[in-house]
Design a protein around this ligand. Structure first.
Ligand code: G3I
Length: 315
């Protein structure tokens, strides 16, 4: 049988998974990670708290390990993430407003330069919006206003001229105020000539909340601005325990997301936020929820796997 990535590649796209360093010692896990996917995202190891835990002291060992795994398995890397309000070391949050821009530019320059030429894309700015479409308050927004986004993108382009530069967010997958805010931001950045190559739609879905409205049309309007789009962190959680009905609903969500990406020429690929329930972030954040991924905690394929396989054209 073809792999999910082989099926996606036949449609000009990648199919990828997030991973994290501790899991890379699990050989049953890495056997599938290394063979089924064409793209890897480090789930934590390129974030600010890992790469610059104290000011101007950089740590690339964990990120390098993920890049090295990807290289040895012929996989491209979506690097994640340079500027985010979360997993930010306390030294950044404690800076005087007048120091934040220099610290942000130095962080981007050092980290993006280190990985220049080795990564396909960067999530330069992660999760800039509140649910109502207003800009999220953060140390960056407070110091620079929304202009921090353009500043970050320019610094990333200067450090790595070949990586595709993305803004990435959640609950922007379908129509709504937050997606409209992202759209207006993209229009404005393009009009100013800011280096922006793509928009990432995280795709953290939950069967109890319904499928996003008009996802394909939402992706297409960004593509029509001349941007790539990508599904960057897909998972579909449920209230535990799993049963056949919930699995079937979950499968339709995976099908719908893959169909939307396949239907949009500029949708470059789909990344699931790890591939097995064994290493999903969901249960630790949403108590009583989980089973969000296409492989179960024993690394056995679930109905969601078959749904993805078939949506990618597998028979
Ligand atoms: O590294 C420490 C370890 O030393 C400590 O013993 C352990 C005890 O709790 O915590 C470890 O850090 C955890 C880290 O993951 C690494 O496992 C943090 O507590 C935990 O909060 C962190 O969670 C990550 C989360 O981002 C943080 O916001 C998840 O793994 C990661 O999958 C998740 O990914 C985010 C994306 O970056 C952005 N979009 C949403 C997505 C899901 O939340």
């Amino acid at each position: 049988d073809p792999t999910l990535h082989q099926l996606a590649a036949a449609k000009g796209k990648y199919f990828g998974s997030a991973t994290d360093n501790p899991e890379l010692t699990d050989t049953a896990y890495t056997a599938i990670l290394g063979s089924e996917f064409g793209q890897i995202t480090p789930g934590n190891s390129m974030k600010w708290d890992t790469t610059e835990p104290t000011r101007n002291t950089f740590a690339f060992t964990k990120g390098d390990a993920v890049v090295s795994f990807a290289k040895s398995h012929n996989q491209i890397v979506r690097a994640h993430t340079l500027v985010w309000h979360s997993q930010l070391p306390s030294w950044v949050s404690s800076l005087a407003a007048t120091e934040v821009q220099a610290a942000m530019e130095n962080h981007i320059t050092q980290v993006a330069t280190h990985y220049a030429g080795q990564v396909y894309a960067w999530d330069v700015v992660n999760e800039p919006f509140n649910e109502d479409g207003t800009f999220r308050t953060s140390v960056f927004y407070n110091a620079m206003g929304s202009g921090y986004i353009a500043t970050a993108l320019r610094a990333a382009r200067a450090a790595d001229p070949t990586a595709k530069l993305y803004i990435n967010d959640y609950n922007t997958d379908g129509a709504g105020a937050k997606a409209d805010a992202m759209y207006n931001l993209a229009v404005s950045l393009k009009a100013q000539g800011v280096p922006l190559d793509g928009i990432g739609f995280q795709g953290h879905l939950a069967i109890q909340y319904g499928f996003p409205t008009n996802m394909q049309a939402n992706l297409q309007r960004f593509a029509d601005l001349g941007l790539d789009v990508a599904i960057t962190e897909l998972d579909v959680r449920m209230i535990l325990p799993r049963d056949a009905t919930k699995d079937a609903t979950q499968s339709t969500y995976y099908t719908n997301v893959v169909n939307a990406c396949v239907a949009v020429t500029r949708c470059v690929g789909v990344t699931i936020w790890d591939y097995t329930d064994k290493y999903s972030w969901v249960p630790s954040v949403f108590s009583g929820q989980g089973a969000a991924l296409p492989w179960d905690e024993n690394l056995a394929k679930k109905p969601a796997y078959t749904a993805i396989y078939q949506a990618l054209g597998g028979i």
